[in-house]
Every structure is written in C-alpha cells, then in structure tokens.
Design a protein around this ligand. Sequence first.
Ligand code: DX5
Ligand code: ZN
Length: 216
Amino acid sequence: MLKIAPSLLAADFANLQQEIDQVRQADYLHMDVMDGKFVPNISFGPPVIEAAAAVSPIPLDVHLMVWEPVRLLDAFFKAGSGKIDYITVHAEACTHLHRTLQNIRDLGVKAGIALNPATSIESIKYVLHLADQILIMTVNPGFGGQQFLDEMVPKIKAAKELIDCRGANCEIAVDGGIDLETAKQVVDAGAEFLVAGSAVFKAETPHKMIRALREV
Ligand code: DX5
Ligand code: ZN
C-alpha cells in the first residue's frame, strides 16, 4: 500500500503539536533538516526532532539535507528517542555514502538515499543493497511549495528498473511538489511512498487529503 509522509516544513511552527495531530492518519511524519550549506536554507535540528518525537503518534522519517550527515547521525538518532524509522541522506552530500548508509543501519534505522534532480540513478547502483529507500527529489531541495519537475517521471521509472534488475529490496519515494495530480503521475511511474508538505498542511482538512493521496 502507498505510504504517505506529510512534511512538517509546511506546518505552522507556532503550533507543532496541533499540526502533528492533524496528520496522525499518515504513515510517517517527514522532517526536513536543512543546514544552510548543502541547501540554501536553514530549517531545524535535533531539538525540534526531539519535540516532535515526544508528541507524534506516528514514526518519524528524517530527511537530512546537510553536508556530511555522518557527523550528525548519533545526535539525530538520540533526539528521535526511538521514534525514527528512516534517516535519509543525500548522495551528493556524502564523501563516503557507503559507510554512511552502514552507520544508519547500525543504529537500527532504515537507510534512505536522496537524489537531487540532476543526480542519476546509476550513480548509486553499487550501494543499492545498503538502502531501504531511494528518495527521488522532484524539486531542488531547500524549500517547500515549489513546482514539481515533470522530467523526474522517467527517473522514477529508471529507478524501478534498476531496483528490479538488481533484485534490491528498496522502495521508491518521491519528495517535492506532490499534490493529487502529480501523485498520480509518480505512482504510475513506480513510486510507493509520497512526501507531501503544502498539499497536506495547507489543505482545509489534512486527513482527507492524506486519504485522497493514498487512493490516487
Ligand atoms: C524540499 C523538502 C520537501 C518539502 C516538500 O527541500 O525536502 O520535503 O518540504 O514540500 P512540498 O510538498 O510543499 O513541495
Ligand atoms: Zn523532504
């Protein structure tokens, strides 16, 4: 079944507890960590992860848009107090992606590899067996509310082919500009996990939008 992960970046930060409660029917709460270096924006770090973990009824999916995230894995893992299911790092941000993925799994957490729009799927074929998820960015990371990049649809198909061909046990997730229309396109192409920020948190009734996304 299609998994839905609302991105907290689009929530009202002055009311995190209520906002998180509004999306309790989702599968995961997606947390976008930005360092102002790998991406041109700063969002939040371990203290907010800790606060969200304390009140979230659903597990956390932590998307690290930071340089050399291997330095920070322990800090984020601790902040999550057992509530983190996924930690995703960018292939472009890791000098030693292979080791970084191993370190995430050593924490007992699922490991995700995020790819910027310009990064090809082939670049990660030798580490696919260490990943539980590939997160295909359908916008340039750094901001919520951006326009979906249509040219990423063939990339999702290429990811599916590569995963099938290598017999990898790895799911395909998509992040950026997901709404009811683009969700249908990415699901048809092979996506199994949708991250959606604005579409969910700016909807009048977030739980209805979650259900609608699940059924595209
Ligand atoms: C972008 C983030 C996304 C973002 C998605 O850098 O990784 O998770 O919050 O937001 P929407 O769904 O509004 O494009
Ligand atoms: Zn994200």
